[in-house]
Write a protein that binds this ligand. Structure first.
Ligand code: SAM
Length: 252
């Protein structure tokens, strides 16, 4: 069944009222007809099975026939602090990170960041990022759309992580990095929030890693091969969630 995030105010009196854009997708692109079923997600962890009843040009609505918790959310909240990257690489991180279960993305400006700045996210790019995480969340059966926050300087990212009570890990190609497997094994299974900081194409500056260490972050190695930043982000989140048992099937 096709899945669509809708804001909670579009769900009332046992019905779901889709947006104009979704109406176009449902009626014109997918060519669904009255009687077909779709899933509406309220972005708060619930999913609704809906029988479509009215499909006209800009308006589609339907009747809710079942309501149940969405199964796609990890038990742990993962924040990915990703140094801004060139071209489409950051978008790849958003898409794959969403599929894996990232809850919040924070673009970070680091000492060696070569693209982007604190004010450098245009409205068009912002909308595009929202679309990417929404589509990836629908496709991967998430119950919530991840949040994409405004860019932060590296040190502010560290303090954000501390304030949020996150256990922080910083993949680092350099001396003193603990093998990821060993570092992640120390995590309690019921840890509530974890942050992962991934560097830009040129890597973190050693001073940044020292400041991260002072803030409680654990430098980790992802093995002897140097991965592209976007690969490192995907791998780090995947091994973290694997270690926390998030790769077990839960009603998918
Ligand atoms: N020459 C750079 C360096 O020495 O840091 C390589 C940077 S790598 C292309 C970009 C980011 O991916 C790094 O800052 C790090 O966060 C992560 N990364 C890539 N490969 C890694 C590995 N094998 N272990 C840990 N982190 C890695």
């Amino acid at each position: 069944m096709h899945r669509f995030f809708v804001s909670p105010d579009r769900i009332h009196a046992g019905r779901v009222y889709f947006t104009e854009e979704q109406a176009h997708q449902i009626g014109r692109v997918l060519r669904l007809r009255p009687g077909n079923r779709v899933i509406a997600l309220d972005d708060q962890g619930w999913e609704y099975e809906v029988v479509l009843e009215r499909i006209v040009r800009h308006e589609v609505d339907g009747r809710i026939v079942a309501r149940r918790p969405a199964h796609g959310e990890p038990h742990v909240h993962v924040t990915l602090y990703q140094a801004m990257l060139k071209g489409r690489r950051f978008e790849l991180v958003l898409q794959k990170g969403t599929e894996l279960g990232v809850g919040t993305f924070v673009p970070v400006v680091t000492a060696r960041t070569v693209v982007g700045s604190l004010s450098g996210v245009s409205a068009g790019k912002w909308q595009r990022w929202q679309r990417i995480v929404t589509e990836a969340a629908e496709q991967s059966r998430r119950g919530r759309r991840p949040t994409v926050e405004a860019p932060l300087l590296f040190d502010h990212a560290l303090s954000r992580g501390e304030r949020a009570g996150e256990k922080l890990f910083i993949p680092w190609v350099g001396p003193g990095a603990m093998p990821a497997r060993q570092a992640l094994a120390t995590l309690d299974d019921d840890v509530a929030a974890v942050g992962v900081l991934v560097g830009p194409e040129g890597g973190f500056a050693p001073e940044e890693v020292e400041r991260a260490r002072s803030a409680g972050a654990v430098p980790i190695s992802l093995g002897p091969r140097v991965l592209r930043a976007e690969t490192a982000a995907i791998v780090a989140v995947a091994v973290l969630l694997y270690e926390l048992g998030e790769w077990e099937a839960r009603g998918v």
